[in-house]
Design a protein around this ligand. Structure first.
Ligand SMILES: [Zn+2]
Length: 525
């Protein structure tokens, strides 16, 4: 394969202030070696180089999704897709169809339903699922992944009864029978996952690869990949060493897997590897959709609940401090304002005990903020890892938390204005993997007071994403010396109507100077 790639006749948006625009770029052995006009670049073309005529399409620094559950995304393609269903009846129909298409006695998993869209205006129950599939275990998660519904077979196999108790989780009981209703929240879902047979390494690799293929088709050149298990990390590193990983992977590893993280430290990673060990991940609370996000004041539509803290504050402090002390970058999932405050307190405490300047610790989601919490994000040097499309999906937000608090939900503009490093992701399979939907939501969907400019939104997917992985000198802009990762689009995002951004097509994706996806029948010579 040729070592050099040249892209000519392009509208290149470099996001590099010193040279904002260009027409052509050269990459050699995965690095950018020249950026300039067509005529300047033509002089540098080696005989063996691959040449892409971009036909005036827009070339951008490669987009990175900073929060994605790739393996779950990969498995999602084999499960019943309940994302757009509008009723429990429809759920039953889909489930029956799936069971007859995929016969056997094995578990049926997946789903990603949203009861907010159901005409019945209630959660589904074990009984609803039993009607459709009585004879094999079924567990279907809500769109957010923080709660799910199990049928009777699944509850039985997981050993869940009315006596079962879980820390940091909840087993809903049916008012009529006093037995588990089928709805399991947060850590209660862990009982199900323990009962489900583990996928083979081959199945994991297949799921990972499927997700990666979708990601590069969506224009992503890198992902911050939230891994769940040691097997999953093994699948990713095997794909990488076999040369089958089409994009860069920055791993987020659960706290419980710290040992595997140590094993895969930077010294163990070969130079040509696309996988890097990233941050250690913890959870402080749940989701707004499941009413498990921890709020300081009760939910507006459930006045006797403030949600759920997954760890008492002291425990969270202790876990954060332990990871911080080990020199790791830490990322904590926190959605409610109480959870965010606890995480900030934990970081503050850890930094007081073990000062470290350039820690780049993250808060994942940090959905419900207020001016004080935003100021503290900046003061503590925390990265806000947000999902701009949540604002579209959480259409019920004002009902759930009231207008006063909803004003400070996803306050992108204020975060950026206060100088907080904001990075964006999809949280796929919660949202679509398509980064253009996120950019569109950040720019066009928040009303003027909390929306970003296109440039600001782009930075959250490029240069800020690179900063979050300590790679700002390697990635995030198109300039000589940086890695040759490009996202090539049908339109110039800086020069179209904001509402059109979600319609823009990804023409090509280039990772490490190699074309990994192309929609165009472009002549590569
Ligand atoms: Zn997530």
């Amino acid at each position: 394969m040729a070592d050099s790639l040249v892209i000519l006749n392009a509208n290149i948006i470099t996001l590099n202030l010193k040279q904002a625009k260009a027409q052509a770029v050269v990459a050699h052995k995965g690095r950018i070696t020249a950026v300039g006009s067509n005529s300047q670049i033509r002089k540098h073309i080696a005989k063996s180089a691959k040449i892409i005529d971009a036909k005036n399409k827009t070339v951008m620094p490669g987009f990175v999704d900073c929060h994605v559950h790739m393996t779950e995304f990969g498995f999602f393609f084999q499960s019943p897709n309940l994302k757009n269903i509008r009723s429990i009846k429809q759920m039953q129909r889909k489930l029956r169809e799936h069971a007859s298409k995929h016969r056997g006695s094995g578990w049926i998993l997946g789903g990603r339903w949203d009861h907010e869209k159901f005409v019945e205006e209630r959660y589904p129950t074990r009984g609803d699922l039993d009607v459709a599939v009585p004879d094999r275990p079924v567990f279907l998660v809500r769109v957010c992944g923080h709660m799910g519904v199990a049928n009777t077979q699944a509850l039985r196999q997981a050993g869940i009864t009315r006596e079962t108790v879980v820390d940091g989780g909840k087993i809903d009981m049916s008012e009529a029978t006093g037995e588990p209703s089928g709805i399991l929240k947060e850590n209660a879902m862990g009982l199900i996952w323990e009962a489900v047979p583990k996928p083979s390494l081959e199945a994991l690799k297949e799921a990972c690869l499927r997700a990666c293929t979708k990601a590069v088709e969506a224009g992503l050149t890198g992902v911050h990949w939230l891994a769940e298990s040691a097997d999953e990390i093994q699948a990713i590193t095997e794909l990488d060493s076999e040369g089958n990983l089409p994009l860069r992977v920055h791993l987020g590893v659960p706290f419980e897997l710290l040992d595997s993280l140590a094993k895969l430290g930077p010294a163990a990673v070969p130079l040509e590897s696309k996988v890097r060990m990233g941050f250690v991940k913890l959870f402080a609370d749940g989701s707004l959709g499941s009413r498990t996000a921890a709020l300081k004041e009760p939910y507006s539509d459930e006045p006797n609940s403030c949600g759920l803290l997954l760890h008492p504050k002291e425990k969270l402090c202790q876990l954060v401090t332990e990871a911080h002390k080990a020199g790791l970058q830490v990322a904590v999932h926190a959605i409610g304002d109480l959870a965010v405050e606890n995480v900030q307190d934990a970081y503050e405490e850890a930094l007081k005990q073990f000062p470290r300047k350039d820690h780049r610790h993250r808060i994942e989601h940090c959905s419900i903020l207020n001016p004080r919490l935003i100021k503290r994000m900046k003061a503590l040097g925390l990265i806000a890892s947000v999902q701009p499309h949540f604002v579209v999906s959480d259409f019920w937000l004002v009902d759930r938390i009231g207008a006063r608090r909803a004003r400070w939900a996803f306050p992108l503009r204020t975060l950026v204005k206060q100088g907080v490093a904001v990075i964006s992701g999809s949280d796929c399979p919660v949202e679509s993997i398509n980064p253009l939907l996120g950019i569109w939501a950040a720019v066009a969907e928040r009303g003027s007071h909390e929306s970003l400019t296109v440039k600001e939104a782009l930075k959250t997917y490029t240069s800020n994403a690179a900063y979050a992985t300590f790679n700002e000198n390697e990635k995030g802009t198109i300039e000589v010396g940086k890695l040759a990762d490009f996202t090539i689009l049908s339109e110039d995002l800086l020069n179209i109507e904001p509402n059109m951004i979600k319609k823009v097509k990804v023409e090509m994706t280039v990772v490490d100077g190699k074309l990994v996806h192309s929609r165009l029948r472009t002549k590569v010579t």
